[in-house]
Design a protein around this ligand. Structure first.
Ligand SMILES: *Cc1c(COP(=O)(O)O)cnc(C)c1O
Length: 360
C-alpha cells in the first residue's frame, strides 16, 4: 500500500486509522454479518451508530441542549436555499461576502427575499476579512450570514462579526472541528463534511431550537424544513447512512487525539511551518493578509503561471498531490485539514525549498 500526502480541498484526506477501521468492518460490521452500507437505517445497530455519532459530536463541540444536530444530504450548497427558506421570517437577511461560497449563498438568498450585502472583500479578490465590528445592520434582518473559513481564498474570521443582536448563521464546511467553538454565539452552524470530517454526501446542521419552526416560506419542500428533520432525528427518510458512520469514527478519532483544543494546537503548528516558509521564501508568496490566514487552506503563488504549473506537476511526482489552486484563482493551494499529519506539511515545505533552489 502506498499513500500520498493529499492536499485536496475536498473531498479531502481522512485519518488512516479511520479508513483502516472501516476497511476491517466492511464485510461484517461487529458480528452483524453485513456491511453498514447494507443495513436498515431503522435497525437497532444503525440507531446506535447515528446516536453515538451525535453524542460524540455534542461532546466535542460542547453543543448545548437547546441546539439540535441534524445529519442531512444535499451538501452545503443545498443549505444556501434551506437557510433562507427556514429563517427568512421578514424576508430580509444580511450577507458578508468573503468568497465564492458566501457569494453563492448570497445569490441563492435573493431568490427568497431581500438579501443585503453587509460587507465584502471582493475589492481585493477576497484576500482579507472585512472589519465587521461595527457594520451598518438594518434592524429587521432575520439573520447575518458568514462563511467562516473561505476554502478557496484561504481566509478565516478570527473574530465573529458583531451582529448587533441578530442571529448569526455560519458555513463552517472547511473549518469544522478544526478548533474549539462557542456554539452559543450562533443560531445555526452548518457544513458539508467532505472537507474536514468525512465522505461527501453528509451535511451537518447545528441549529438553535427556537429557530426550528413550522411557519417557513411557502413552497419550502418537506425535506428542506428543519422541523421535518428535527422531529424525526434526521431519519425522516433514509439518511446518508454510511457517510454518517464514517463521521462517527472521525469524531471518536478526534476525541482520542485530545479534542478540539488539541486539534487547534496541532493545526496551528502545521500551518506555522508552511506560513513561516512562505514569509521567508523568495519564490513562493502567500496571497492572504497575515491576520486573516486560514489554518486549513493555504493558497500561494510564484507569480509565474508556468512555474506554478511546473511546481504542481513535480510535486505530484514526489507524492504531494492536489496542490493546484482553485480554477478561479490559479496558483497553488495546500489544504491541511485535521487529518493531514505534520509530516505531510514538512514534506511539502522541504519540497518547496528544493524546488526554489533548483529553479532560482
Ligand atoms: C466546499 C464548500 C461548499 C460547497 O459544498 P458542497 O457540499 O459541495 O455543496 C460550501 N461552502 C464551503 C465553505 C465549502 O468549502
Amino acid at each position: 500500500m502506498s499513500r500520498v500526502y493529499n492536499f485536496s480541498a475536498g473531498p479531502a484526506v481522512l485519518p488512516e486509522e479511520v479508513l483502516q477501521e472501516a476497511a476491517d468492518e466492511m464485510m461484517d460490521y461487529r458480528g452483524c454479518g453485513m456491511s453498514v452500507m447494507e443495513m436498515s437505517h431503522r435497525s437497532k445497530v444503525y440507531d446506535n451508530i447515528i446516536k453515538e455519532a451525535e453524542a460524540d459530536l455534542r461532546d466535542l463541540m460542547k453543543i448545548p441542549d437547546n441546539y439540535k444536530v441534524l445529519f442531512l444530504q444535499g451538501g452545503a450548497s443545498q443549505q444556501f436555499a434551506a437557510i433562507p427558506m427556514n429563517l427568512m421570517k421578514n424576508r430580509k437577511a444580511g450577507y458578508i461576502v468573503t468568497g465564492q461560497w458566501a457569494k453563492k449563498a448570497f445569490a441563492e438568498a435573493k431568490i427568497y427575499g431581500e438579501a443585503v450585502e453587509l460587507a465584502s472583500s471582493a475589492d481585493e479578490t477576497f484576500s482579507y476579512i472585512p472589519d465587521c465590528s461595527d457594520l451598518d445592520i438594518p434592524e429587521d434582518l432575520d439573520y447575518v450570514y458568514i462563511c467562516e473559513n473561505n476554502t478557496i481564498y484561504g481566509t478565516k474570521f478570527k473574530t465573529l462579526p458583531n451582529t448587533k443582536g441578530h442571529i448569526l448563521v455560519a458555513d463552517v464546511s472547511s473549518c469544522f472541528l478544526s478548533e474549539p467553538v462557542d456554539v452559543t454565539k450562533y443560531g445555526l452552524i452548518y457544513g458539508g463534511v467532505q472537507k474536514n470530517i468525512g465522505p461527501a454526501g453528509v451535511v451537518i446542521v447545528i441549529i438553535r431550537e427556537d429557530l426550528i419552526r413550522d411557519d417557513v416560506l411557502p413552497g419550502t419542500p418537506t425535506m428542506l424544513k428543519y422541523k421535518t428533520q428535527a422531529d424525526n432525528d434526521s431519519l425522516y427518510n433514509t439518511p446518508p447512512c454510511y457517510g454518517i458512520y464514517i463521521c462517527g469514527k472521525v469524531f471518536k478519532w478526534l476525541k482520542k487525539m485530545g479534542g478540539l483544543e488539541a486539534m487547534k494546537q496541532h493545526n496551528e503548528e502545521k500551518a506555522k511551518i508552511l506560513y513561516d516558509y512562505l514569509d521567508e521564501s523568495k519564490m513562493f508568496h502567500g496571497t492572504v493578509r497575515k491576520e486573516d490566514r486560514s489554518l486549513m487552506n493555504v493558497p500561494f503563488v510564484t507569480g509565474d503561471a508556468d512555474l506554478d504549473a511546473k511546481f504542481v506537476a513535480e510535486a505530484k511526482k514526489a507524492g504531494l498531490e492536489n496542490l493546484k489552486g482553485h480554477r478561479t484563482v490559479g496558483g497553488m493551494r495546500a489544504s491541511i485539514y485535521n487529518a493531514m499529519p505534520k509530516e505531510g506539511v514538512e514534506a511539502l515545505v522541504a519540497f518547496m525549498k528544493k524546488f526554489e533552489e533548483e529553479n532560482a
